[in-house]
Design a binder for this molecule. Structure first.
Ligand code: ARG
Length: 597
């Protein structure tokens, strides 16, 4: 379906052309004075300069032409030359009926040429516990992927595990110290390694921090870890086998964690998967004359004339021949182009990695690793801070682990849901159900709290605010959906059927209802814009507006006691569409609503 704003612009443009003015002046926008009108066109102001007359002479003429137009209930020319517009109620209702008939898409057309787009998010580091820093990448990436999927593109999420660094050498070193008898350390061993890992996930989670701590105070230990990392990277058999175990054990655990967050990946690749591509890539960079030696290291220049600040060369190999984070990311691009040939790749990491991605993207473009038209995008997010404005910590000052954070929000939610239930006698929820609801709502609280901010901004993780049922929060949105579900349920309990109410919306019966209808009509434009700008926060802003519009309507209108059956059907149809649009939006944000709360 065409966007409503485009339909209106087309109509106004026709009027401009009919009066002999250029079509470019007919653009209509949402009103910035909702007290006066719903839409506005300021084209006459600009046209007046070209046609050398007073703006209102133009806006008057346009208003006259449009005054008989069935699309509008009001067309006003206002001095000095604005056009104020209100949409006809029946026209709006018919647009919404069309939306409702467009089941599942609600007016959002699929692209003619769907693209293949990879989303690189999550980025957990194997053997290290997930902490809140990984939370944002997972939440934002999942939403970006879902928005693209809804639009109709092929979106491929890749977790891109950090499985190739010093942490692997540390784990191996510590393991060797504890269990030197393990066959993995016997260099003369040529048989098959055991299938079972020589550690559990809880052991692994303890081994890494212990090893990391030791390496900071014990120089010899650190040397050993570096050597082990190097041997692993050179392909020592026993260490490769250990890496496979570390990966398998961690991935099982990570999947569980991501599952709890309603986050899932199409690909579970890691940095290690890119390593085989490095030698060939380095050779090509040399042969192509892109890479040269500088202070012993192999580098590619990536600065550009228009740079206002110094962009250092992209380092491909260190002077000892070791590869770096950038090498791995370039090799990953080689792999991704070979395997999927995507039109775009979106990376979601902390914004402190901005320079890294800038260098990698430039290097990949310049050297032909990706095509000139391959769109590489880095979404850098800000820090999640505590109420004190400092990076989020536990009460005793340690790095907050993801499970604890989720647990804390969950407990707060359970408390609120139990209280809420006490105040409503008709809600009789078992403890089991309350716990399940609390999990659902807690996830919404966390995700909405994060996604409602522009990603690049730092934000304050405020448990009290995020878990509130009022204001711009996840629970408020869910509460609104649950409220609609409850009304629809009561309607059906009287023996009537909601499905008989679809597609029968009438012109709005009051202003609140019209506000709600206008909000709903913007769905396709909002989703498209959120996709183009890679901006889930635009979906949050939209559903907050929509939920407010709904609640305004709900408080001012008797729905279940409406005597006129057709009016009531129209209301129920409108509620059903509101529910569908809200549910579709929260699905794009990566959470869902309970049946009741
Ligand atoms: N593992 C990295 C980290 O924790 C994030 C990986 C991001 N993706 C990438 N292709 N570099 O910082």
């Amino acid at each position: 379906m065409k966007k409503l704003l485009d339909l209106i612009s087309e109509e106004v443009t026709k009027a401009f052309v009919e009066c002999g003015y250029d079509e470019k002046y007919g653009k209509v926008t949402l009103s910035n004075r909702p007290d006066l009108c719903e839409y506005q066109c300021n084209g006459a102001m600009a046209a007046a300069k070209e046609y050398k007359c007073a703006p209102f002479m133009i806006s008057d003429k346009i208003a006259e032409i449009l005054s008989g137009n069935a699309m509008f209930s009001m067309v006003e020319s206002v001095k000095p030359g604005f056009l104020n517009l209100k949409l006809d109620g029946a026209y709006l209702a018919s647009y919404l009926n069309d939306m409702q008939a467009d089941a599942g898409r609600f007016g959002c057309d699929k692209p003619e040429n769907p693209k293949t787009i990879m989303v690189d998010y999550g980025g957990a580091n194997v053997a290290k516990p997930l902490h809140v820093g990984h939370l944002r990448s997972a939440i934002i990436g999942e939403s970006i992927k879902r928005i693209g999927k809804f639009i109709g593109h092929e979106m491929i999420g890749d977790v891109h595990l950090g499985d190739w660094g010093l942490q692997m050498g540390l784990v191996i070193t510590e393991l060797k110290l504890r269990k030197p008898e393990l066959v993995y350390f016997d260099e003369s061993f040529e048989g098959e390694y055991p299938e079972e890992a020589p550690f559990t996930i809880s052991e692994l989670e303890e081994i890494y921090p212990t090893a990391s701590g030791k390496s900071k105070t014990d120089e010899a230990y650190k040397e050993a870890a570096l050597a082990a990392t190097n041997e692993l990277q050179q392909g020592r058999r026993g260490y490769r086998a250990l890496l496979a175990h570390i990966l398998a054990v961690s991935v099982t655990d990570l999947k569980k964690n991501y599952d709890n967050l309603n986050v899932s990946f199409e690909l579970w690749k890691g940095e290690s998967d890119a390593q085989p591509y490095i030698p060939d890539m380095v050779q090509k960079l040399k042969d192509g004359g892109f890479a040269y030696e500088s202070e012993g290291a192999l580098v590619v220049d990536v600065k550009e004339e228009t740079d206002t600040k110094e962009i250092p060369p992209c380092i491909i190999l260190k002077s000892d021949g070791a590869s770096l984070y950038s090498t791995t990311d370039l090799a990953t691009l080689v792999m991704r182009m070979e395997d999927y040939n995507p039109e775009g790749i979106i990376y979601i990491t902390d914004k402190r990695q901005e320079l890294h991605f800038n260098q990698v993207f430039r290097c990949a473009k310049k050297t032909g690793i990706v095509k000139p038209e391959t769109e590489l995008t880095h979404i850098g997010f800000g820090t999640m801070n505590g109420k004190d404005g400092k990076p989020f910590k536990t009460r005793d000052g340690g790095v907050m682990r993801l499970e604890y954070l989720i647990q804390e929000i969950y407990e707060e939610m359970l408390k609120k849901i139990t209280e809420n239930q006490k105040s409503k006698e008709d809600l009789d929820i078992s403890t089991e159900e309350a716990e399940k609801i609390a999990r659902t709502v807690a996830l919404a609280a966390i995700k909405y709290g994060d996604l409602s901010n522009q990603a690049s901004k730092d934000y304050i993780f405020d448990i009290d605010r995020f878990t509130s049922f009022e204001g711009n929060t996840g629970p408020y949105i869910l509460y609104t959906i649950v409220r609609i579900k409850s009304i629809l349920g009561k309607y059906e309990a009287t023996g009537k059927s909601v499905s008989d109410c679809l597609g029968v919306m009438e012109a709005a019966h009051n202003d609140h209802e019209k506000d709600l209808m206008l909000s709903l009509s913007r769905f396709n434009a909002v989703v498209e814009n959120a996709y183009e700008e890679v901006a889930p926060h635009k979906i949050c802003a939209y559903i907050y507006e929509l939920a407010n519009a709904f609640n305004g309507f709900y408080h001012g209108t008797k729905i279940l006691s409406e005597a006129d059956e057709n009016v009531q059907k129209s209301y129920i149809g409108l509620l059903s569409l509101t529910k569908s649009v809200l549910e579709t939006c929260i699905d794009m944000l990566g959470f869902e609503a309970p049946e009741r709360m």
